[in-house]
Design a protein around this ligand. Structure first.
Ligand code: GAL
Length: 984
């Protein structure tokens, strides 16, 4: 440890001499820190161990390439989870990280429900079947842009400060966490896929002014261990590289940090921050005895109400970002990387907290409709390279700087130290402010001495936003690259005694690759002539500018060179059944497949290679498989694959699907009803909850502003969705009312006195000029003649945007929701208040979808006046429109369907969308940005009847109408996914 530390402290000196240095420093001796827990390699009989360089599974080193996925954001259930996990695995993710959600699991204290989309065990089982490792993150706090950061709403009413060791708080989370741990216990590696369990999330430590944190962390860890998490390390996710829980009280087995370098401002999608050159120094000062691990690293960005939309978030964190920033992680010695999010999903129901809207697409590599992006393909290139290069796990960053090249605009980090002598040069732009291409020559160390490359051809180039990992002394099977200025793609593998490696570069870039010790003069080149090869002085020299695919064979070494876009279409499914399904090393038998949109997996049975995958167009399939393979099946059906000169099998896979014609909403039969009968004269609120509390346990900053009664919805068991208030007062003297209403960014409310509409407020955006506000103070004047001398009723309907997260641990989730203060103007006071919120409150009757389908439309109107495409509202108020439609999407298709609104930013209207009883969208015409609402398969019945309900809430007296709403398909994929069973 100390040797490694001192070595890294020499970095600045090494930078000066790096170009001349020819020997990589030895890997420092392994020294577990005193009192270290039981997972240190060589110190433990556990199946999951680690030393300071990497994780080991079954004594084999592994780069953990993980992606974040929240099953509760895809409630279609296990088959939908399988689809996402198969897609992740196909891209080379060998691990999935999963937050579980205490709030949705225990909506009422003591009433735990681990069924359906809340099932942790079902998720682990699917992961096990798919063969992808799991990092389990049950919280109890998760953050995650979900309401109350994952806490149940009822915790807002507890007196104890959350995330401390206060007994009331410990008692609150204990049943949930104990049961979560018990669900994970049987799935710990090697019995199941779980390799780590995270305690808490982004947690502060105890200080004299903020005690009880580290002690709470100990309680969380003890709970996990006492409930059976003993076979895998317990980790923590530190916000940034701050070293929390790497040492001292509450120290975890394995420290991890998170990083979101480009932030979350999707409005400036091409504005990058700089990559960090100091990460390795951070590692040395925080946890040099452990593998350097990013428990979360930016996979995209969330987007707030009124934000720029996920296309821009994708742009901010797209394939170029993935290329540059992730490679910088590898340059800093990261051997565990979890991309948050890899599939984001949907904040359906009332999952979001106030800074996010319904979609949690996140600009992630796999989109909300489960389709794949170019970023997914970029990541596939990287994950396969890392799996193919186990030497990187035993290499350390030994030198870095701008003096490796002849261009100061190029920054290089050298990783070396592997016994094989391999060197990895991670090159990037010195500053991200430079977005122009740079060209250079690189000084490298090779088995043939120091070289400046390229030796023969044109310079290496980096595009404006590009990073490359170039190698020297790179062993693959019995072959070696002396060096390569093209990147190593996917893998290398040895098939029938031939070592095959795949190399790539962007179109237009020149490459130079040299393989030493070529003993035979037999050389063949097939395919694209953009790259040429020659043998000179027992070296194979490959030069050119890749375009398409070139196949070069010299003796028993085969080199496939492709341009990067072609390389992205390659898949490398493992066909070995002897190793564990999690083993991704290059010595595990595999085949190389190019062409299809997705290749989920492959297996060999006798002379037949069976491929499972998806297509989005007619595709040429090309397969490099052992010569014993004579036939290929695609999704179970034989295809006529003919041998090619380059030794592959080739055929065309026809795409036969057409874009479906979906029902036109305008032509359907609709029923409708007034959805705000509460403002009609004579409305009976006798079954509502009496809001008669006068005090609250909340901290001083969350006390009410004014009024005799406490009107926070959560205090009465309503933690989500629309809330209605009826304030009763007597007499016609009052002139108006002052209201302080709090609902989170972009919340909305409307108020009526008796049946007279008074006023609406649509809240403000997080990014608005005043910095946004959760809360508004309004004075509402009662119009003449609106009061009676008897009972008067003020009705307030509120659309909150979720409970705050408790990011800072200061009980922010206890921020009030509802009416925070009130005062009747002109004399008198309210006698009583009634409140109602989501159906059933904490005891909502439907435990599956949290909403009820099949709600009777008895008494609803029908006919032309109920068609939301032709009639809206002519006054402030809320109206519900309901219809049903049939779908008959073809068997074997994956055709995501969405509801698409046309937005009128000048119109203040809001809508909730219910599909088959599930609330799958909240639309705000004034705020946006979301207009496209995916209705996921499984929630939607793609071959049967569906019930759609849309509300229209006009916040303004003239009323409002929809510009347009339509059903659209967002992709047409011929898919081998299993059918998602409709959740009923
Ligand atoms: C992290 C946090 C996650 C999520 C993310 C931003 O700091 O751990 O839960 O909130 O930020 O999407």
């Amino acid at each position: 440890m100390d040797r490694l530390r001192s070595l890294l402290f020499l970095l600045p000196l090494l930078q000066l001499s790096a170009a001349q240095s020819t020997t990589a420093p030895a890997v420092p001796a392994y020294t577990p820190p005193p009192g270290s827990p039981g997972f240190y390699h060589g110190n433990s009989s556990a199946a999951v161990t680690f030393d300071q360089q990497s994780l080991f599974l079954d004594n084999k080193r592994l780069f953990v390439f993980s992606g974040e996925f929240h099953p509760w954001r895809l409630p279609s259930g296990p088959e939908a989870w399988r689809d996402v996990l198969e897609k992740m695995k196909a891209a080379g993710f060998n691990s999935v990280s999963v937050y579980h959600h205490w709030g949705v699991t225990e909506p009422k204290q003591g009433d735990l429900n681990f069924g359906n989309f809340r099932s942790q065990g079902d998720f682990y089982q699917v992961a096990k079947e798919v063969g992808i490792l799991v990092m389990a993150r049950p919280g109890p706090y998760i953050n995650a842009e979900t309401t109350a950061g994952g806490f149940p709403g009822w915790t807002t009413n507890l007196a104890a400060k959350a995330r401390t060791n206060a007994t009331e708080w410990t008692n609150a989370w204990t049943p949930y966490l104990s049961n979560s741990a018990k669900a994970a216990t049987p799935f710990q590696y090697p019995a199941g896929p779980i390799i780590t369990v995270q305690a808490e999330n982004e947690f502060v430590v105890s200080t004299p002014s903020d005690p009880g944190r580290s002690e709470a962390m100990v309680l969380v860890e003890n709970n996990l261990r006492n409930n059976g998490i003993t076979k895998v390390p317990i980790t923590h996710n530190d916000p940034g590289t701050n070293g929390r829980y790497a040492h001292g009280l509450g120290m975890v087995d394995w420290y991890m940090w998170d990083g979101y370098p480009n932030g979350f401002l999707c409005a400036s999608p091409s504005q990058w921050s700089e990559v960090r050159s100091d990460l390795i120094q951070e590692h040395m000062s925080i946890d040099p005895a452990e593998p350097w691990a990013a428990g979360e690293f930016q996979g995209g960005s969330f987007d707030p109400w009124g934000g720029s939309g996920y296309q821009q978030c994708y742009q901010l964190t797209g394939e170029e970002f993935a290329n540059v920033f992730y490679k910088n992680n590898y340059a800093s010695g990261i051997v565990y990387q979890n991309l948050y999010m890899t599939f984001g999903g949907t904040n359906w129901g009332n999952l979001p907290e106030p800074t996010v809207y319904t979609s949690y697409d996140y600009g992630a590599p796999i989109k909300e409709d489960r389709t794949l992006t170019p970023k997914y393909s970029e990541i596939k290139l990287q994950s396969h390279f890392l799996h193919a290069s186990p030497d990187i796990l035993v290499s350390t960053p030994v030198a870095a700087g701008t003096n490796f090249t002849n261009n100061a605009n190029v920054y290089t980090t050298l990783l070396s130290g592997a016994p094989s002598g391999a060197n990895f040069y991670v090159v990037r732009q010195t500053t991200n402010t430079n977005t122009s291409p740079v060209s250079f020559k690189l000084n490298i160390n090779t088995a043939q001495g120091a070289l400046t490359v390229p030796q023969f051809g044109s310079n290496i180039t980096l595009a404006g936003r590009e990073s490359k990992i170039l190698v020297s002394n790179y062993q693959f099977g019995s072959s070696q690259l002396l060096y390569s200025t093209a990147e190593v793609n996917l893998t290398w593998f040895t098939m029938e005694k031939t070592d095959t490696i795949v190399l790539y570069a962007l179109p237009g870039q020149q490459i130079e690759v040299v393989l030493p010790n070529i003993t035979s003069n037999a050389l063949s080149t097939q395919g694209s002539s953009s790259v040429t090869a020659k043998i000179s002085n027992k070296s194979l020299i490959i030069t050119g500018s890749p375009s398409g695919t070139t196949f070069i064979k010299a003796g028993s070494t085969s080199i496939i060179v492709a341009d990067k876009f072609t390389a992205r279409t390659f898949w490398n499914p493992k066909v070995d059944t002897k190793t564990t399904p999690y083993d991704v090393a290059p010595d595990v038998a595999s085949v190389l497949v190019s062409g299809p949109y997705l290749v989920r997996n492959a297996s060999i049975s006798g002379p037949v290679l069976a491929l499972r995958g998806d297509l989005n167009e007619t595709t040429t399939l090309e397969v490099l498989a052992p010569a014993s393979i004579k036939g290929v099946t695609w999704n179970g059906a034989p295809v006529v694959a003919l041998p090619t000169a380059q030794g592959t099998l080739k055929c065309v896979l026809p795409f036969t699907l057409k874009k479906p014609t979906l029902p036109s909403l305008k032509s359907l039969q609709w029923a409708c009803t007034d959805s705000l009968p509460e403002v009609q004269p004579g409305f009976d609120d006798s079954t509502w909850v009496v809001a008669n509390k006068t005090t609250t346990n909340r901290p001083p900053q969350y006390q009410p502003f004014s009024g005799k009664f406490l009107l926070y919805a959560d205090e009465y068991g309503f933690h989500q969705g629309n809330t209605l208030y009826r304030g009763h007062f007597k007499g016609a003297n009052a002139t108006g009312v002052k209201l302080a209403v709090e609902g989170g960014f972009n919340f909305g409310y409307s108020a009526w006195i008796n049946s007279h509409f008074l006023f609406s407020n649509n809240g403000t955006n997080q990014y608005s000029a005043n910095g946004g506000t959760n809360q508004v103070n309004d004075t509402l004047t009662f119009p003449a003649g609106s009061l009676t001398s008897g009972d008067n009723i003020l009705t307030v309907v509120l659309d909150p945007t979720g409970l705050e997260e408790d990011f800072d641990g200061q009980d922010e989730h206890k921020t009030p929701r509802g009416i925070r203060g009130y005062e009747l103007l002109g004399g008198g006071d309210f006698d009583s208040w009634k409140i109602i919120g989501n159906f059933g409150g904490e005891s909502a009757p439907d435990k599956v979808r949290a909403h009820l389908p099949g709600f009777s439309t008895k008494g609803w109107s029908s006919g032309a006046s109920c068609n939301p495409l032709t009639t809206g509202l002519s006054a402030a108020g809320i109206k519900a429109f309901r219809t049903s439609f049939n779908l008959n999407l073809p068997v074997g298709s994956d055709i995501p369907v969405a509801l698409n609104f046309t937005r009128i930013p000048s119109s203040r209207h809001r809508s909730a969308i219910f599909i088959n009883g599930w609330q799958f969208g909240r639309f705000s015409s004034a705020d946006g940005p979301q207009t496209l609402f995916p209705l996921p398969d499984g929630i939607l019945n793609s071959r049967g009847n569906n019930e759609l309900l849309i509300t229209l809430w006009s916040l303004d007296a003239p009323g409002a109408e929809f510009a347009d709403v339509e059903l659209v398909s967002t992709a047409v994929v011929q898919s081998s996914k299993r059918r998602f069973q409709e959740v009923s």
